[in-house]
Design a protein around this ligand. Structure first.
Ligand code: NAP
Ligand code: F7E
Length: 373
């Protein structure tokens, strides 16, 4: 039985990858961090599975990395752990460098220290953010990098140290240069999930307005479930290499917003320019509760609080190499389907969170009135 070690197993990609690898018959080991609150929601359904194991560790702690690699003796490592939020990397640049840059070195060295460099294949979660202030559109494996945030600069080190260990020590380590990929499990402060949650809340009367930053930013958005399959394919290839993983389709933040609100039953019209641009409700679906009167209201506004000191605004990937060499299909889940899946999931989540909150409120009231004891 093959053993896989996943760093970042509690994250969006880590949780899907763990499911995928268990399905492929792997014994899956994940690294988790100690936290004072429960953050294992994305992997809760896997805990207790006979082929799913967790180890405490941290990417900033060499000892824990070496100990975990020694204990697991993995055939494959998927290094997904990172401080992955670009905006946060401006607030915590040194921490981001420690985890996203030096952390990669710690994993590579842990494999060497444990004498596993011939047995263990390593996948590194590289990113389209490396293209940053883009020098070519679309971007492929030969496009020059121009990182444009502390996150991207740290990830650039990760990318190069992986290539260095491949050449210096003959290790099987590969970079997946993944363009943005989203899902129902996406963190709530990334723009897509922020939008789908807000659309669901506004349509159910629990939020007034959504504030966003740069509406014109362009991204190549894919579905995370499709992308974790490609991580695995990269490690099954006959030699270590670097691959761009993308859909080859580009949309703006504004497009995403328009479509997400449409799936939540709200039609938006955009008025104004730049920081004064607004998304105004011009029609609603008949399924929306009649008490929620949205027509004519401004539901989306721009707030400079969400502008970045330097922003990456034109990402579009060319996945030809992955298609041809790995047989990966970039068209499996369309942009339209992705938005629909995310909104559908958030509509259900908002409704059930609200119902649960109502039960808690009722319970508090009943306890106070002595109706329940
Ligand atoms: P995510 O949801 O933010 O998950 C990040 C994971 O890293 C979490 O499990 C987190 O653990 C863990 N982590 C953070 N700091 C750590 C530390 N110091 N030690 C150990 N674990 C730590 O990210 P994602 O979207 O799944 O992305 C996975 C990887 O792909 C990341 O490396 C990201 O930079 C990269 N990437 C993502 C995309 C994308 O569009 N999603 C595109 C290209 C590349 P906690 O749960 O404890 O915070
Ligand atoms: O921003 C703009 C923002 O935070 C996308 C990470 O997974 O993908 C992700 O990084 C765009 C940017 O993702 C808001 O300025 C507008 O231009 O969803 P995001 P990201 O920065 O592309 C890459 C590939 C990674 O590697 C990263 O780990 O949307 N934007 N208004 C906004 N962004 C956010 N977060 N919030 C806003 O209100």
């Amino acid at each position: 039985m093959k053993r896989a070690l996943i760093t970042g197993v509690t994250g969006q990609d880590g949780s899907y990858l763990a499911e995928f690898l268990i399905g492929k018959g792997y014994d899956v080991h994940g690294v988790i961090r100690r936290s004072s609150v429960d953050y294992r929601e994305r992997i809760a359904h896997l805990e207790g599975h006979e082929h799913f194991h967790l180890h405490y560790g941290d990417m900033s702690d060499t000892l824990s990395m070496v100990q975990t690699v020694r204990a697991v003796q993995p055939h494959e490592i998927y290094n997904l752990a990172a401080q992955s939020h670009v905006q946060v990397s401006f607030d915590a640049p040194e921490y981001t460098a420690n985890v996203d840059a030096t952390g990669v070195l710690r994993i590579l060295e842990a494999v060497r220290q444990c004498g596993l460099e011939k047995q263990c294949r390593i996948y590194q979660a590289s990113t389209s953010e490396l293209y940053g202030r883009v020098e070519q559109v679309p971007q492929n494996e030969n496009t020059p990098f121009h990182p444009y945030s502390p996150y991207a600069v740290a990830k650039l080190y990760g990318y190069w140290i992986v290539k260095e260990y491949r050449e210096a020590y003959g290790m099987f380590c590969s970079n997946g240069i993944l363009f943005n990929h989203e899902s129902e499990r996406r963190g709530e402060t990334f723009v897509t999930r922020k939008i789908t949650l807000a659309a669901a809340r506004i349509s159910q009367g629990h939020q007034e307005k959504l504030y966003l930053g740069n509406l014109s930013s362009l991204r190549d958005w894919g579905y995370a479930k499709d992308y974790v399959e490609c991580m695995w394919l990269i490690l099954q290839y006959n030699e270590p290499d670097d691959f761009v993983i993308a859909t080859g389709q580009q949309h703006s933040v504004r497009d995403f917003c328009q479509l997400a609100f449409h799936h939540a039953g709200i039609e938006l019209e955009w008025r104004g320019q730049g920081p004064d641009e607004k998304g105004v409700c011009i029609a609603v679906n008949s399924s929306l509760p009649s008490a929620i009167n949205l027509i004519g209201k401004t539901l989306v506004e721009v707030s400079p609080d969400f502008y970045r000191p330097t922003d990456v605004v034109n990402l579009l990937g060319d996945p030809t190499k992955a298609q041809q060499l790995l047989g990966w299909n970039p068209e499996k889940t369309s942009f339209e389907k992705l938005v629909e899946l995310m909104v559908e999931s958030d509509m259900a989540k908002v409704a059930s969170d609200h119902a649960a909150a109502k039960v808690r409120c009722n319970l508090a009231e009943y306890l106070e009135k002595g109706i329940v004891k």
